[in-house]
Design a protein around this ligand. Structure first.
Ligand code: CMC
Length: 435
């Protein structure tokens, strides 16, 4: 899987007569990339790119983002079309397999996923090892990592059938693991999955039902949950996906790789931002306090950021944020919430920020997390579960990217280089001679 070079860019080492022609690799859309893989052999230098903002770490056919235009495509399909017209499991099929399924393929895929929703009973006891007040992301990370101890038959990553079944298991079991992390934290009995329900519907059932009485999942909320899952399904080579690919490049099993992705997603600069947005809105408290808060954000020394704003790739409105805002209004209407002070506060904060020179000049716009927390809160999720929901959805993207990487013949172990700035070689000094 390797695009053919098309053109080149020449690099010349100042002060020497050495130069090297870097082949340019075009994508189907988006800018070409200069292939630096043979640079050291020819010029004796590496490239320096902290945060990898200018580095393409792989070729991928899964997701395309145009950050300047605010475009997000999965296998070529715009995110708004998928969010409006598709379902999460159909998007999962698309991400994994490259094309939308036929009816028969969709039915077979959905059946395949939904037949794997149960957890091994032994895994159930694993939960007892966590403190009752453990953060559900910590539980998720631990339980997903532990899945590799339960599927000894699924660790040969070179077998396509093993890759297929691992994808099913991960996509199917994440909602169960996540819902049980929540039930454990509130001391309610675990609810077993119901395979007669849709994917998002079953998740809401396991979260909210109790064995003592019947529970009916609202179709509006199930649809909103499904859409939230679609919006979080994949986002090309972000920090957690790159973590999954890096872990996977060593040949580690998929359960361990996804656990690594979950750990990476947890941080407030990444998936933890939805939780941080609600905390921030709570701290602002009232519209009157917005100007003061904005001033604090603009003061670099305060180290305060407007959470839910800004993105490494989007320098325009995140297309997911627009759909999220629409979904937010639908959910609040379904919940009978006419005036939500948090939503009012968020909308006013957005309005003020979008008219402020600081945010305009730095091209900082709302990202997917700005509104998602408000929806999730209205749906009854505690803030500690927000990033967990992100992880449930992103598992599809992670496993698709992992599978693509394993199937790429040019794949090598991920191993960045560095500029060493420590001490040059020196000799050991015995303790008694150090003064
Ligand atoms: N509030 C205030 N200033 C900001 C913000 C913000 N949210 N984001 C970026 N800036 C400023 C930053 O201080 C810097 O200013 P200067 O050029 O004067 O030094 C400039 O904008 C560029 O920022 P950066 O940190 O170099 O940009 P980055 O690409 O490294 O960071 C980001 C991207 C998402 C980590 C950052 O925008 C951020 O911290 N946002 C808030 C957290 C957040 O909402 N994260 C969710 C991201 S979307 C979901 C996901 O992918 O997980």
């Amino acid at each position: 899987m390797s695009s053919t070079a098309n053109g080149s860019v020449t690099m010349t080492l100042d002060g020497s007569n050495k130069s090297f022609s870097l082949p340019l690799r075009p994508g189907t859309i988006g800018p070409s990339v200069a292939d630096v893989s043979k640079l050291y052999g020819n010029l004796g230098i590496f490239t320096y790119d902290p945060g990898y903002g200018m580095t393409a770490s792989c070729e991928s056919k899964i997701t395309y983002i145009d950050g300047d235009e605010g475009v997000l495509l999965h296998r070529g399909y715009p995110i708004d079309q998928l969010a409006e017209q598709s379902t999460f499991l159909e998007v999962a099929y698309l991400l994994l397999n490259g094309d939308l399924p036929t009816t028969a393929e969709r039915d077979e895929f959905e059946h395949g996923v939904m037949r794997h929703t149960m957890l091994h009973e032994q895994l159930r006891r694993f939960y007892d090892g966590f403190r009752r007040d453990a953060h559900p992301m910590a539980v998720l990370c631990g339980v997903v990592g532990a899945l590799s101890a339960f599927y000894h038959d699924s660790l040969d990553i070179n077998d396509p059938e093993v890759r297929r079944i691992s994808a099913f298991r991960l996509i199917a079991k994440l909602p169960t693991i996540a819902a049980w992390a929540y039930k454990y934290s509130i001391g309610q009995p675990f609810m077993y999955p119901r395979n007669d329900l849709g994917y998002a519907e079953n998740f809401l059932y396991m979260m909210n039902a109790v064995p003592a009485e019947p529970y009916h999942v609202s179709p509006v909320l199930a649809r909103a949950m499904d859409r939230i899952f679609i919006l979080h399904a994949d986002h090309e080579q972000n920090a957690s996906t790159s973590t999954v690919r890096l872990a996977g490049s060593t040949g580690a099993n998929p359960f361990a790789c996804i656990a690594a992705g979950i750990a990476s997603l947890w941080g407030p600069a990444h998936g933890g931002a939805n939780e941080a947005v609600l905390k921030m809105l709570g701290e602002i408290g009232h519209k009157d306090n917005i100007p003061g808060f904005i001033e604090k954000v603009k003061n670099k020394d305060s180290h305060v950021r407007l959470m839910g704003f800004g993105h490494r790739v989007y320098k325009n409105y995140d297309p997911r944020a627009k759909i999220m805002e629409r979904t937010c209004h639908e959910v609040l209407a379904e919940m009978g919430i006419k005036d939500d002070p948090l939503l009012d506060l968020a909308m006013e904060l957005e309005r003020i920020a979008l008219h402020d020179d600081y945010f305009i000049s730095k091209k900082l716009y709302p990202n997917v997390d700005f509104y998602s927390g408000i929806i999730l809160k209205a749906m009854g999720f505690p803030t500690s579960m927000f990033t967990v929901l992100f992880a449930v959805a992103r598992t599809v993207g992670w496993i698709s990217q992992w599978k693509e990487m394993i199937e790429d013949p040019s794949q090598r172990i991920g191993r960045p280089r560095q500029v060493y700035t420590g001490p040059v070689r020196r000799d050991f000094v015995p303790l008694d001679a150090r003064g």
